[in-house]
Design a protein around this ligand. Structure first.
Ligand code: FPP
Length: 257
């Protein structure tokens, strides 16, 4: 049984803050279209919203924030847009890492980065190394990430340990597989936010979202601000997380806490 989420469910509502928030930042292109700007300008404006939400998490004492910056399916976009997005990642890393480091943010990247330009890979490795000691907020950026890829990689790692004789088939269960996934060392996301009006998970953290509270907003990502984030946090705080238990059991635990 998942230990930590059950404890979180027993907290009084006013203290119920997610430990880990996962976001799909959707709507950059539409934001730009509405303003007759090229789509790229929407992504650039999206970076400002990233800055805001990182700061908001830090101020509110949220431990981890995972952002979907580029999915394994995003390669299907026009070549020009993909290339501009890559340039934006490089530029943003060059510009932001020192500031994030000074603010106590630990950076992590998840996804298959082997396909990226070496320059971007070097920047990602360096950002992780530079900020590894920080403990105010863990900022996870998912790049060329897919939830199915994550599960398949975990299965492959377990299989290779079986082949090597280090693990028996009987030892493979959901805990063993969960431990092999990306960000297994972080609490599972408590709150998932998707902007841009679509209501789907789009191959994001499929395993890790099993008990996550889902929150959708029509706001386009560049318009997502502190007030919108606080609205999502309020919605989360008002929910009863049952993890398969009855409402009465959860209320009883809450009274005893
Ligand atoms: C989805 O909007 C957004 C993306 C695929 C890219 C998100 C990237 C950023 C906000 C830059 C972040 C940078 C770092 C370093 C974290 P969309 O283009 O699908 O919008 P649409 O649905 O309106 O077309």
């Amino acid at each position: 049984m998942p230990q930590e989420p059950v404890q979180a469910a027993a907290q009084p509502a006013q203290q119920r803050l997610p430990r880990h928030v996962a976001i799909i930042m959707d709507g950059n292109g539409r934001w730009a279209n509405k303003k007759n700007l090229p789509r790229y300008m929407g992504h650039r404006e999206g970076v400002k919203a990233v800055r805001r939400v990182v700061e908001a998490c830090r101020e509110r004492g949220i431990e981890a924030l995972t952002l979907f910056a580029f999915s394994s399916e995003n390669w299907r976009r026009p070549k020009k847009e993909v290339s501009l997005l890559m340039d934006l990642f490089v530029h943003t890393l060059q510009k932001e890492v020192d500031r994030l480091d000074r603010n106590g943010v630990r950076m992590r990247f998840i996804g298959d980065r082997s396909v990226f330009d070496p320059k971007l890979r070097v920047l990602m490795d360096a950002a992780e190394k530079q900020t590894a000691h920080n403990d105010k907020l863990t900022l996870v950026i998912a790049v060329n990430y897919g939830g199915r890829w994550d599960v398949a990689e975990a299965a492959k790692r377990l299989a290779s340990r079986v082949v090597a004789g280090e693990l028996s088939l009987d030892e493979i269960d959901s805990d063993a597989l969960g431990r092999e996934l990306c960000i297994a060392d972080l609490p599972e996301p408590d709150l998932f936010i998707r902007t841009g009006g679509e209501q789907r998970v789009s191959n994001y953290l499929l395993w890790q979202l099993a008990y996550t509270e889902l929150y959708f907003t029509d706001l386009l990502w560049p318009d997502f601000n502190d007030a919108a984030f606080d609205e999502a946090l309020r919605s989360f705080a008002g929910r009863q997380r049952r993890f398969g238990q009855t409402g009465e059991q959860v209320e009883e635990q809450s009274r005893r806490a």
